[in-house]
Design a protein around this ligand. Structure first.
Ligand code: FES
Length: 356
C-alpha cells in the first residue's frame, strides 16, 4: 500500500521526522510504541526497514523519526532524497514493544532510552500522559551532546504541563556542546549544567531512588543500542522480575549491503515459505534472506540487523552461522530458531522453514 509523506522536518543535524498519511484503519491497528515496516526502492533494489512511530496511537497522524547512519543506504535516502508528497510503500504495523493505556490503571513506568531509541518511547509516554492520568511516568534519557537530545522542547513542556505525573532527566556523555547550527536554532546554551556521563548502575539506582514508585506496580521500558539495553536490563534484573522489563533494540541500519563477496563454497538449501518448498544452491558467504530477496520470494524481514525477529525461521537440518542474534534468547537458539537476515549456511545441506 502506498503512503504519502505529508511533512518532513529536521529534528537535529542527523535526524529527520516524516509525517505519513495512513488510513484510519491502519492507525486504529497501531499501538503506541510499535513501528511500521516500510519498503523503499533505491537504484532498482528493494529495501524493507522498520521505523518506530513517535506519535500516539489515537492520533490522526503517524510520524516516524529517522537517524542518518554513515553509509546507511536507506537512512541516507530518506534524509537526502525523499521530500514532501513523495510516496513510499507501507507494508505493515509491527512490534511487541508497546503500551495500551487504561484510564483506571495506576502504575509506575520507567523509560530508559539512548539516542534515537527515544522514538517509540515518546509515543508511549505521550499516550500514557493523555490516557492514564494517575500513573507515574519517568524518563531517563542518555545522549552524547545536548544537540542530540531529540524532542528536547517537548520534554520540558510536558515536565511543566504534567508536573505531578511526568519526571525526566537527561545525561550527556560528551557535555561540551559543539555550538553547531542546530544548537543556535534551538537556542540551547553551549554549556550543560545537567548530568554528565552514562547511565551506569550508580546513576540508574540514584534515578530510581530519587523517583520512587510509591509502591505501585512498576514497569521498565528500555530502548537503545544492544550494549545499552543489555547493560540496563542486567542491572534491573538484580531487583526486578523479568516480566516487568521490556526491551526494544534500536534498529541500526547496516551499511553492509555491498559487503558480500562469494566464498566459492556452495551449500544446498531447502526452504519452506508460506507452504511452498524451494531448493537453492547458496554461497556460504551469503545471508539467507539476501538470496530469498534476490529470488523475489518476498520473505518476511524488516530490520536486517538481527533486532526484530521478523525473519525468524526454524532450522530443521544442517548448520548456520549467525552474525547477530540479539532478537533471540538462548532458549530459542537452543531450539534451532534462526534469524535468516543474519544467517549463512555452513554445512553442505540445510533446511529451514519460515513460520509466517
Ligand atoms: S529482519 Fe529483523 S532480525 Fe532479521
Amino acid at each position: 500500500m502506498q503512503t504519502k509523506i505529508v511533512r518532513k522536518i529536521k529534528e537535529s543535524h542527523d535526524t529527520v521526522s516524516l509525517e505519513l498519511e495512513l488510513s484510519p484503519s491502519i492507525l486504529n491497528e497501531f499501538k503506541s510504541g510499535q513501528y511500521l515496516d516500510l519498503e523503499f526502492e533505491i537504484n532498482g533494489k528493494l529495501y524493507v526497514r522498520p521505523y518506530s512511530v513517535s506519535s500516539i496511537s489515537d492520533s490522526s497522524k503517524a510520524w516516524i523519526t529517522v537517524k542518518k547512519i554513515n553509509k546507511g543506504i536507506v537512512s541516507n535516502y530518506i534524509f537526502d532524497v525523499l521530500k514532501e508528497f513523495d510516496q513510499i510503500q507501507f507494508k505493515k504495523v509491527n512490534g511487541k514493544f508497546f503500551v495500551v493505556p487504561n484510564h483506571s490503571t495506576r502504575k509506575a513506568y520507567y523509560f530508559i532510552a539512548a539516542g534515537v531509541g527515544i522514538t517509540p518511547i515518546k509515543s508511549m509516554i505521550h499516550s500514557l500522559l493523555e490516557n492514564e492520568p494517575t500513573s507515574l511516568v519517568h524518563l531517563f534519557y542518555a545522549n552524547k551532546t545536548q544537540e542530540d537530545i531529540l524532542f528536547y522542547p517537548l520534554w520540558l513542556e510536558w515536565k511543566e504541563k504534567y508536573r505531578d505525573q511526568f519526571f525526566v532527566e537527561f545525561i550527556l556523555s560528551k557535555s561540551e556542546n559543539t555550538g553547531g547550527f542546530f544548537s543556535f536554532l534551538s537556542k540551547k546554551s553551549n554549556t550543560w549544567n545537567g548530568l554528565k556521563g552514562r547511565i551506569n548502575e550508580l546513576q540508574l539506582n540514584r534515578f530510581l531512588n530519587e523517583h520512587p514508585s510509591q509502591e505501585l506496580e512498576s514497569h521498565f521500558y528500555i530502548c537503545g543500542p544492544e550494549e545499552f539495553n543489555q547493560s540496563i536490563s542486567s542491572i534491573l534484573k538484580k531487583s526486578v522480575p523479568p516480566s516487568q522489563i521490556h526491551l526494544e533494540y534500536f534498529h541500526i541500519e547496516q551499511s553492509a549491503d555491498t559487503n558480500f563477496s562469494p566464498s566459492g563454497k556452495k551449500s544446498h538449501l531447502k526452504v519452506k515459505l508460506r507452504g511452498k518448498d524451494y531448493e537453492f544452491e547458496i554461497d556460504q558467504s551469503k545471508k539467507i534472506i539476501d538470496l530469498l530477496v534476490e529470488k523475489k520470494l518476498n520473505p518476511p524481514y524488516s530490520c536486517s540487523s538481527g533486532a526484530c525477529a521478523t525473519c525468524i525461521a526454524k532450522l530443521h537440518e544442517g548448520k548456520v552461522k549467525m552474525d547477530v542474534s540479539m532478537a533471540l534468547d538462548q532458549e530459542e537458539i537452543d531450539q534451532n530458531w534462526i534469524l535468516s537476515c543474519q544467517s549463512r549456511v555452513i554445512s553442505d545441506t540445510a533446511s529451514i522453514e519460515f513460520m509466517e
